[in-house]
Design a protein around this ligand. Structure first.
Ligand code: MG
Length: 718
């Protein structure tokens, strides 16, 4: 009877099943605390569902939406062929919930799966209890929580689960030599590659480790048939070919290996898979990556005629710096002491179970964070958690009384969880959605007005969400923000209206055309490919200039001949861009011919202002003499050219401009936001300030479409 067979199986695995369930529920439960803490935040909801809190999530959401609606626009960068979008679309079709609720809760349920491979791995080395403690810790450890919390809808939700499953299968393979583990390893690689194509480095490292182990067995004169089969299947799974072909190869070979006779041809299969690995370019990404590390710090320079120098994004990204040991340890284990003990526990674990050395690639990747940026720390989380779990169980096992042992182990476990739980509580209170309700409503309204082929020019931070809510095209986004791509958009947002308008039209038409050219190139052999220079360079040359600076100047002075208009262009100018205006400006505030940055424009923004009869105090060294209309900046004084007040009323934006001096800085008081901004003349005249802050647009160039305090959308008339 099938039923009794199942019952027997459940009976046999009762303990591990209960532990899996408990750990999983714990992980899900902790993630739901966010909902509990933020349940009454109305602005966090859209159509009743909480909105996601990661920018990149809108990329996958766009792809999933397009899969569900059955199509998308050419060159709109929608990831309909990528795993995260495909899985989401599938889940949305199967489950009866709202799409937005699905993407919000996906990380909660998928990220929590991390407990499964941790507990199963520990069980395979007869350390199940350690695995349970490790699973609890890993599932909510600082950095792992941050990147898999409710609403953090990104590939991270499976990025650690999948390599940990691989690790489990390899440990299981070593411990049991069951064929099942060979298949799990190969299938996991297939899924991992599908989910996260950058995964090859880690897969490759695991293969190298198994190879080393096989070499060790040869030295010990043990059979290596099992290891060669395993490596063959893993190599086939990593080939640089279509996923379905790899799946077919893996299954066929696996079935072959189960036959005793196949042993004769084992080395033939192995040799062919090694050859196929190199021929399909399996090693290339590793090679390129190594080269990438060596040349990481070079600036982006076009290889074409003008050799333009663009601003590199690396210079502004926070993650890519060295981090302190304290932060590093906190992010992996929640506390420095826990981290150090985890490390000791891991060493001990490796001493007792040599196979745990196999986890070194993940530990190594996690430790890369010390000089390559925060995002890598999560790789070390499960392994370090196993370290401390093992340490706790091992040390308490010396206690004689059973109940005392349980109390000690339980107490210590709670102690290591505590800093992480406190982190969760703290972190939850300041993590909200990417956009608030009002912005989203506005974007949806706009989406109904615009065509899907139309472009929205806006800063890259808003690219994905704008595309998701409005289904339009954008020039730059979370995945396209190189210096050369950011330059034109930065230019549009921070230059005067005429130059900005002309650049917007130029950049959109050149970008669309280049997508088509790039696609054509892809089908050609390398030597026949047409080199594609950065758009700015093409514009400069096409308008008869040899110096980009002169070309850019010409945009400021007069109407130039623009390419034929193929679609409408809109500008999305949100309030939230105000605080990052200086960063936006960095990308175009440089001489492209030399790469030298110009002097930074003056920009100061504050919401904390005090005043007395004579002065407005903006900061310690910055105050304004109200009577004289002079700013005191440190020891020097600068006249105030204009004092501008804006505020929203029923009828719309009201602005009052007082002119004081012929020259100097401009002080703006945005009453409805209770914000002061002090800027120089160039910034004051920029498109963002004129169109967003003052609604002072050139009627021959722009037409307002939506004017809200949260964001303003204008249509380009040229
Ligand atoms: Mg589209």
């Amino acid at each position: 009877m099938a039923n009794t067979k199942y019952m027997k199986w459940i009976q046999q695995h009762k303990t591990v099943l209960v532990l899996l369930l408990l750990a999983y529920l714990f992980s899900v439960g902790v993630r739901l605390l966010w909902v509990y803490q933020n349940g009454d935040m109305e602005s966090y909801r859209h159509n009743g569902s909480f909105m996601i809190n990661t920018n990149d999530g809108y990329f996958w959401a766009e792809g999933a939406r397009d899969i569900l609606q059955g199509g998308h626009q050419e060159y709109d960068r929608s990831p309909v062929r990528q795993a995260a979008s495909q899985l989401t679309a599938f889940v949305a079709q199967v489950l009866p919930f709202d799409f937005e609720a699905i993407i919000f809760y996906m990380p909660v349920f998928l990220g929590s799966l991390i407990v499964v491979p941790i507990i199963l791995l520990a069980r395979d080395i007869q350390e199940t209890a350690s695995g349970f403690v490790a699973a609890l810790l890993a599932s909510i450890a600082w950095s792992y929580y941050n990147r898999t919390m409710a609403g953090y809808y990104d590939t991270d939700m499976l990025n650690i689960v999948l390599p940990t499953v691989l690790l489990w299968s390899l440990v299981g393979a070593y411990q049991t030599r069951l064929r099942m583990y060979q298949l799990i390893a190969a299938l996991d690689i297939l899924v991992y590659r599908w989910w996260y194509p950058q995964s090859y480095a880690l897969e490759f490292a695991f293969i190298v480790f198994i190879l080393l182990y096989a070499g060790f067995r040869v030295y010990k004169k043990h059979s290596i048939r099992y290891e060669i089969e395993l490596i063959t299947l893993m190599l086939l799974a990593t080939l640089m070919t279509d996923g379905l072909i790899r799946l077919g190869l893996v299954i066929v070979l696996y079935l072959l290996f189960t036959r005793e006779k196949a042993g004769k041809y084992l080395y033939l299969f192995f040799g062919v898979s090694v050859a196929a690995f190199f021929i399909t370019g399996g090693f290339d990404p590793i090679w390129n990556k190594l080269q990438g590390y060596v040349f990481q710090n070079t600036t982006v320079t076009s290889q074409e005629d003008l050799r333009l120098h663009f601003f590199t994004v690396m210079q502004t990204i926070r993650e890519a710096g060295n981090i302190s040991f304290e932060l590093f340890a906190n992010r992996i284990s929640g506390h420095q002491i826990t981290f150090v003990l985890s490390l000791a526990g891991y060493v001990w674990l490796c001493y007792k179970h040599r196979i745990m050395l196999l986890a070194l690639p993940m530990v190594g990747l996690g430790f890369l964070a010390l000089n390559s940026g925060l995002r890598f720390t999560i790789y070390a989380v499960p392994i370090m958690a196993l370290g401390i779990g093992f340490l706790i169980m091992q040390t308490t096992s010396y206690m004689r009384h059973r109940s005392l042992r349980y109390i000690a182990a339980g107490g210590l476990s709670i102690l290591i969880l505590l800093p992480n739980l406190l982190h969760v509580k703290r972190y939850n209170s300041h993590i909200g959605p990417v956009f608030n309700k009002q912005e989203v409503q506005l974007l949806e309204k706009f989406g109904n007005m615009a065509q899907r082929e139309d472009y929205v020019v806006t800063w890259w931070d808003y690219g994905y969400p704008v595309r998701y809510y409005s289904d339009v095209k954008t020039l730059i986004d979370g995945g396209k923000h190189r210096g050369s791509a950011n330059f034109p958009v930065s230019f549009v947002l921070t230059q005067s209206q005429l130059a900005a308008a002309q650049m917007a039209r130029l950049e959109v038409e050149y970008t669309e055309r280049d997508y088509a050219r790039k696609e054509k190139n892809r089908d050609l052999p390398e030597e026949q490919r047409e080199p594609i220079a950065p758009t700015i360079e093409q514009m400069t040359l096409n308008h008869g200039f040899k110096d980009t600076n002169l070309f850019l100047q010409s945009l400021q002075l007069e109407r130039i001949k623009l390419p034929e208009k193929t679609r409408d262009i809109y500008l999305y100018l949100p309030y939230r861009m105000l605080s990052i205006y200086p960063t936006v400006g960095l990308f175009s505030n440089l001489d492209l011919m030399t790469g030298k940055s110009y002097e930074r424009p003056f920009f100061y923004m504050t919401q904390q202002v005090k005043q007395d009869r004579q002065f407005l105090y903006f900061a310690k060294n910055l105050k304004m003499d109200k009577k004289e209309a002079v700013l005191q900046i440190g020891d020097s004084s600068v006249p105030v050219k204009r004092f501008v007040q804006t505020r929203y009323e029923q009828s719309g934006l009201q602005t009052k401009v007082q002119r004081f001096h012929a020259q100097g800085l401009n002080v703006l008081f945005l009453k409805s936001y209770n914000t002061f901004v002090i800027v120089d003349e160039q910034t004051y005249n920029s498109l963002y300030f004129q169109l967003y802050i003052l609604e002072n647009y050139d009627k021959t160039l722009f037409e307002p479409i939506i004017l809200s305090p949260w964001a303003k959308i204008y249509k380009l008339k040229i």
